[in-house]
Design a protein around this ligand. Structure first.
Ligand SMILES: [Zn+2]
Length: 92
């Protein structure tokens, strides 16, 4: 008599595929650009030439882009914000 070796049950077939929980930036959404009136939103005597609200993604807070004598800059992130060139192109 030769007893057969114990079989190990394999769980490989039941391993689910790994799905990323957070979508990375491979397929960015189209940004939504909305030009605002500086006099209405900043003040009647503002020196702001352009005020643009840029929403890069629907799930993120919008960027508020200013254009004044200092140039273009984001209210939150400054002139290097990635929404600044989007606002400039949209208002050009
Ligand atoms: Zn920004």
């Amino acid at each position: 008599m030769s007893p057969s070796p114990p079989r190990r049950s394999r769980a490989s077939s039941s391993t689910p595929p790994v799905t990323p929980a957070v979508q990375i930036d491979l397929f960015p959404e189209t940004p939504v650009v909305e030009a605002l009136d500086p006099r209405t939103n900043v003040g009647p005597r503002t020196g702001v030439l352009a005020l643009v609200r840029v929403r890069m993604r629907a799930s993120e807070a919008p960027h508020l882009i200013f254009h004044d004598r200092h140039g273009w800059y984001c209210e939150t992130h400054g002139p290097t914000c990635l929404a600044v060139p989007v606002a400039r192109e949209a208002t050009a």
